[in-house]
Design a protein around this ligand. Structure first.
Ligand code: C5P
Length: 304
């Protein structure tokens, strides 16, 4: 399992909640439950939120504060859902105050809400009288959101089904990619995941599962370089609706020789920066010129 604890003292725990990017995302069909079948490779990055969780003796469930993002302080926040599920499952009842420092922009395909929820589950395990076993945490995570279980798995992972069937990618490959520099960039607009999937469903533009699994296998066995492996089927509906993505991607390719990708359902994009790349500030200028100075731009690296 993963280690997310930054600081621990009596009745208080501080946890990191990393963002993710999808190095590969193939949507292989629509399911009867309304979700889509996926074959996706996720990597965690060093940009992330921080949760400070304080156990209070009195009953009272969860009290969530999120300075600067007050609209997230609701009972349908995935953190609140995670805490409620943890209490239900453990049978314990006490109060917990959670302060969320948000660095991952919401609605950006970086998995911020899911990662926060998983870190909350880990924090509850830490503060509780007893901790829930790992398989139960996976089960609760999969109920909270499709990409939650991937945040319980260390290193790169492959997620299938609606995203909840997760396995680790070969450890040597995770180690090799760990430290890879990444530029995250996002226009000043967020996308609804459900809308993006619905856009793809209208086009019925799915990848074959066979092709997706073969691609993952080739990459994992060292026969496909990462630049050729990067893929995201959700670019189809996003680029069609938001015409300003492709021209910027093309410019980045032409000027810097880098092929950016959309992460998840967007609106964040990422570019893997070649080692020794010394033109980050020019690249940032290009993005700001194209998408304005309210764009989110952040350099980070892939972590385990
Ligand atoms: O699971 P999660 O709540 O993160 O998913 C948000 C929405 O994204 C779902 O309600 C669904 O419309 C869409 N989705 C999907 N197939 C997936 C994951 C998400 O259609 N595998």
């Amino acid at each position: 399992m993963i280690e997310r604890i930054k600081h621990r003292s009596k009745n208080t725990v501080e946890l990191f909640a990393p963002a993710k990017i999808n190095l590969f995302l193939a949507v292989t069909g629509k399911r009867e439950d309304g979700y889509h079948d996926l074959c996706t490779v996720l990597a965690k990055v060093s940009v992330g939120d921080t949760l400070e969780m304080k156990r209070r003796d009195k009953n009272g469930g969860v009290k969530l504060s999120c300075p600067g993002f007050e609209e997230l302080e609701t009972s349908d926040n995935l953190i609140s859902q995670a805490v409620d599920k943890w209490f239900q499952q453990s049978g314990e009842s006490w109060g917990v105050e959670i302060s969320l420092k948000k660095k991952i922009p919401p609605m950006s395909g970086l998995g911020g809400g899911s990662s926060d929820a998983v870190s909350a589950l880990l924090g509850m395990n830490e503060l509780g009288d007893d901790s829930l076993p790992e398989d139960m945490l996976y089960h609760l995570a999969s109920e909270i959101g499709s990409d939650c279980p991937s945040f319980l798995t260390a290193g790169l992972c492959l997620a299938e089904g609606r995203g909840e069937q997760v396995r680790s990618i070969k450890e040597s490959l995770s180690q090799q990619i760990s430290g890879q520099k990444v530029l995250l960039f996002r226009p000043d607009i967020g996308f609804s995941t459900a809308d993006v999937y619905a856009g793809l469903a209208r086009k019925k533009s799915y990848s074959s599962k066979d092709w997706a699994l073969k691609s993952v296998k080739s990459w994992e066995s060292g026969n496909l370089p990462i630049e050729k492996f990067l893929h995201n089927d959700l670019e189809i509906p996003v680029f069609e609706k938001h015409r300003y993505f492709l021209p910027l991607f093309e410019q980045i390719k032409q000027q810097f020789g880098i092929h950016p990708r959309l992460s998840g359902s967007g609106s964040s994009c990422f570019a893997l920066l070649p080692s020794g790349f010394d033109q980050v500030s020019h690249l940032k200028d290009l993005i700001i010129n194209a998408w304005g100075d309210k764009s989110f731009i952040q350099t980070c690296e892939i972590i385990n």
